[in-house]
Design a binder for this molecule. Structure first.
Ligand code: ADP
Length: 564
């Protein structure tokens, strides 16, 4: 920087020196003559004194004609001085070097002098570098002093300005740090420049909004937490990779695990229940919702009703499944008590009924008995038969139920036709009595996984109903069809039919459409309940379609085996 300044100063001085040389040259033109040496010397001495410049007049052959400071006779030939060489060539010669004559470093400038277009010599001016440096030094000191003064004046101003900017910034940084830690109690001071005021106001606004949002979020979260905590149903949310998202306290009690630190852990690792794990896998593979009954093994066997529904994220994409678990253990226990009770009562009733029946039969056969007595005995016999049928049906029902719950019915792959044939055989006398024509359509090859005696009982019940509720001389059709995933066994009659409003309750125990007619026919009201349980034991279902006065169609649907 300093060197550049010095260079600039030298350049300026050299231009100045050249300008002086030019002025002197113009004054001296006409006087450059060897005869006028004295006169010339006088002039340049005067001019040199005034301008504090050394002036030398050099002839075209290099000889010094006059010099303001020295005697030209003592001076050597100047023809080879660099500035003079340039001037002789017609240019503006400038050079800086040590002068042996004066014993100091000088800056020289030389310009040519022409007379009638003829180069007759040159005028050279010189200035000691020490003088130039001195002026430069004084400029330098002035500049430095000025700079220092400016710096001294600017320092407090800039300190004040920077404090004005940095203080609010510091305040805002601390505020932002506290906001990030969830502390919204601080309010930033709206001081300083207009920009920082606006920024502080915006940050305060942001803090109010954020704290409101967080408060609402926390409130909602604790509400959800409270609702989930109060739920009696177990709730487990699982992501697509079978990792737990969340579990409520009912679920954790059910599986005897703690609710803490469960999120993110694989469900297989947390809940070691094979049935539940399989259910979760099936639910994840399944597109819609899924329902199943599960048995949890452990010190105490537990029965659960599990429901799974897909969990969707914000973009409606599936993120996992939500599993809701109802504990059915207590219900199952009560059911079991009820079943045991019915079975025991039925069993107890069976013995006296059989004894009464035997005694009455003997009395009826006794020829000596009176007609009135025989009539009463007939009534007792009929009622006894009804009681017997009822007890038989109750026993069957509880037997089948026990099997469905315990899953103990043994299933085997069998053909259906023999089952239907033996059902027809069992109803043969009823068919003949009512003069009903029965048609069975079933291919010999149709097979299913069934328990033959159990299925036969269901078909007998349906067939008996079809015959009972058909008019004499009617027609009943049994038809087996193989559907895509099921096998259907249809029992169709063309009898009295059932009004629509009864259809939904038809399979309940003791539900009868026409009580008098049913009783008259010796019905117990348990036949269709047995059919329903048999279908369930086969993992199937039963459906009914009926039109009053046109007839009814009962369809048992059994799952079809894939390989058949
Ligand atoms: P029930 O022993 O009284 O026949 P079910 O459980 O077998 O008992 O049948 C329940 C009721 O359903 C019957 O009382 C009857 O009114 C009606 N029902 C069953 N099957 C038929 C049918 N094929 N046609 C008309 N009504 C029927």
């Amino acid at each position: 920087m300093l060197a550049e300044l010095r260079n600039l100063h030298y350049q300026q001085t050299s231009k100045d020196l050249l300008a002086r040389t030019q002025l002197i040259t113009e004054q001296l033109i006409g006087d450059i003559d060897e005869d006028q040496q004295l006169w010339l010397t006088n002039i340049i001495t005067r001019l040199g004194d005034r301008s504090a410049t050394r002036i030398t007049v050099v002839l075209a052959d290099g000889r010094v004609l006059a010099d303001s400071d020295e005697d030209p006779r003592l001076m050597d030939n100047h023809g080879q001085r660099p500035e003079i060489l340039v001037a002789f060539a017609g240019g503006e010669g400038v050079s800086t070097r040590f002068s042996t004559t004066l014993g100091q470093t000088l800056m020289y400038a030389a310009l040519p002098i022409y007379q009638q277009d003829q180069l007759i010599g040159c005028v050279r001016t010189a200035m000691p570098l020490a003088d130039i440096d001195k002026t430069f030094q004084s400029i330098y000191w002035k500049l430095s002093g000025g700079g220092l003064l400016i710096a001294l004046l600017a320092a407090p101003i800039s300190w004040y300005l920077s404090r004005r900017i940095s203080r609010p910034l510091e305040q805002m940084t601390t505020g932002a740090q506290r906001f990030s830690q969830g502390d919204f109690a601080v309010t930033l001071e709206e001081t300083g420049s207009e920009e920082s005021c606006r920024l502080a106001a915006a940050m305060n606004q942001m803090a109010i909004k954020l704290s409101g949002l967080i408060e609402r979020e926390t409130g909602q979260r604790s509400e959800i937490e409270a609702i989930l905590g109060c739920m009696l149903e177990g709730l487990v949310a699982v992501d697509n990779s079978e990792r737990i998202i969340r579990m409520n306290s009912a679920a954790s009690e059910l599986f005897e695990v703690s609710t803490t630190l469960l999120a993110g852990r694989p469900i297989q690792e947390v809940i070691r229940q094979a049935e539940l794990q399989r259910f979760v896998q099936r639910a994840l593979e399944h597109k819609g919702s899924l329902e199943e009954e599960l048995i949890l093994h452990g010190p105490q066997q537990r029965y659960l009703h599990a429901q799974a529904a897909p969990l969707t994220g914000a973009g409606n994409e599936r993120i996992g499944v939500l599993i809701v678990l109802h504990d059915l253990t207590r219900l199952r226990q009560l059911e079991s008590v009820r079943r045991d009770f019915v079975a025991n009562v039925s069993h107890e009733l069976k013995t006296p009924i059989t004894a009464i029946r035997g005694a009455v039969e003997t009395l009826i056969d006794d020829d000596s008995a009176e007609t009135a007595a025989k009539r009463f005995l007939g009534i007792i016999f009929k009622q006894n038969n009804r009681l017997n049928a009822l007890v038989e049906d109750l026993l069957d029902l509880s037997r089948i139920e026990q099997g469905v719950i315990g899953g103990s019915w043994e299933m085997q792959t069998s053909e259906l036709l023999p089952v239907l044939e033996s059902a027809r055989l069992a109803c043969e006398s009823l068919l003949t009595e009512q003069q009903i024509e029965l048609k069975v359509f079933c291919a010999e090859t149709v097979q299913a996984r069934i328990n033959p005696p159990l299925l036969e009982q269901a078909i007998i019940n349906l067939l008996t109903n079809a015959i009972k509720y058909s008019d004499q001389g009617g027609r009943v059709v049994i038809e087996v069809a193989q559907l895509e995933e099921q096998i259907s066994i249809r029992v169709q009659d063309f009898g009295c039919g059932i009004p629509e409003e009864h259809l939904s309750r038809l399979f309940e125990r003791f539900y009868r459409v026409d009580l008098a007619r049913s009783r008259n026919q010796g019905g117990t009201g348990l036949g269709l309940a047995i059919v329903k349980h048999v279908a369930q034991a086969h993992r199937g279902e039963v459906r009914v379609v009926s039109v009053p006065d046109e007839g009814s169609t009962f369809t048992v649907l059994l799952p079809r085996q894939k390989d058949h």
